[in-house]
Every structure is written in structure tokens, then in C-alpha cells.
Design a protein around this ligand. Structure first.
Ligand code: ADP
Length: 171
């Protein structure tokens, strides 16, 4: 089998969508696991006008590119509009998502079923991060840095520096 719509794990492209504001070691843990399973993983930053992000889309993409440079089957992109339409356009048949705790379940369940309703040929695949990251979120990391705490070990070193810079100057 070959080509973007090939079946079987050998040829599968997965989209890993999210805000990544900023990328954390939890996201990286998931990308690492995903790239071992799938032929190609496209990490895609959602252009969501409703949210008020700390980092611009360009900054988030740049950070993701830097921390995923070690994997040559991982790409970074952006998208807006319906995720399933974007996935199809990219030749992806899998949407990759992380489940940390039961609190993620409700929302993820709704999204996965809605996406299946919209495009039944696309499957959502959930992976669990390492235990150490199961309580970790971008918003919690931002909160801790804002209050002067250390997030060492929870985000890559360069990301921690960017967070400190951003949260000192400005907000
Ligand atoms: P959203 O804004 O939709 O929550 P995020 O950028 O926070 O998007 O997360 C994107 C995806 O990464 C989601 O599937 C989320 O569950 C997953 N994720 C976020 N943080 C972690 C983590 N610490 N461990 C595993 N998965 C995570």
C-alpha cells in the first residue's frame, strides 16, 4: 500500500491538533508515542479567534518546530475551520488526542463523536501520557510561571525561558 490514504498503520498520517500555548512535556510525550505508531504526525495549531492566547500562532509554531526537530516524521502546521476537513485535505485518517484524566473524557468523547458524524472515515485515537504528565496543562504551566514558580521538567528549557520573558514583560 502506498499513497496518502493507504490503510494499515504503515501508511497512516495522524493529525495532532491543539492550542499548544505553549507546548509542554505532556504534548511532547504524546508526539513521541504517536510518531512511533504512525508514519507521519502533523502537529497542527488551531487558529482559534475566541481564545486569548499568550503566544502568537507564529511563536507557538516556532517553539513546536524546535522541540520536535529530532523526529523527521513529525511536521508542524496550522489550521482553521473544521478539523476533519483539514485532516482529509492532508490525507490523514487519524486524529490523535491525549487523555490525561477522567476530566478530559467528556469533552474528548463529544468531539470524537461529532467528528465521526461529520466524517466517519476518520478515527480519533487516544493515547495516555506518562503518569508524570497526567496533571499537566498549558494553562497550569502559565499560571505557575505567572506566580513565580518553577516549571522545570514540565516544559523544555527553552519554553520555560520564553514563558518567563513573556509573562514578565507585558501582562
Ligand atoms: P486544547 O486547547 O484543545 O485543550 P491543548 O493544546 O491543550 O488543546 O492540547 C491538545 C491535545 O493535547 C489534547 O488532546 C490534550 O488532551 C492533549 N494534552 C495536553 N496536555 C497533555 C498532557 N500533559 N499529556 C497528554 N496529553 C495532553
Amino acid at each position: 500500500m502506498s499513497g496518502p490514504m493507504a490503510t494499515g498503520a504503515e501508511g497512516v498520517t495522524a493529525i495532532y491538533p491543539g492550542s499548544f500555548d505553549p507546548v509542554t512535556n505532556g504534548h511532547l510525550d504524546l508526539i513521541e508515542r504517536g510518531q512511533r505508531i504512525f508514519k507521519r504526525v502533523i502537529v497542527s495549531v488551531l487558529l482559534n479567534q475566541e481564545k486569548d492566547p499568550l503566544f502568537t500562532i507564529e511563536e507557538r509554531i516556532e517553539m513546536l518546530r524546535t522541540v520536535t526537530a529530532q523526529w523527521n516524521n513529525v511536521e508542524v502546521d496550522r489550521f482553521e475551520g473544521l478539523l476533519v476537513n483539514y485532516a482529509s485535505a492532508k490525507g490523514a485518517v487519524v486524529v490523535l488526542r491525549g487523555v490525561r484524566a477522567v476530566t478530559d473524557f467528556d469533552y474528548e468523547f463529544q468531539m470524537a463523536l461529532m467528528n465521526r458524524h461529520l466524517r466517519p472515515e476518520i478515527e480519533t485515537v487516544f493515547l495516555m501520557p506518562a503518569e508524570d504528565y497526567s496533571y499537566l496543562s498549558s494553562s497550569l504551566v502559565k499560571e505557575v510561571v505567572k506566580l513565580g514558580g518553577s516549571v522545570r521538567g514540565l516544559v523544555p528549557p527553552g519554553i520555560e525561558r520564553n514563558l518567563k520573558r513573556k509573562l514578565k514583560s507585558g501582562n
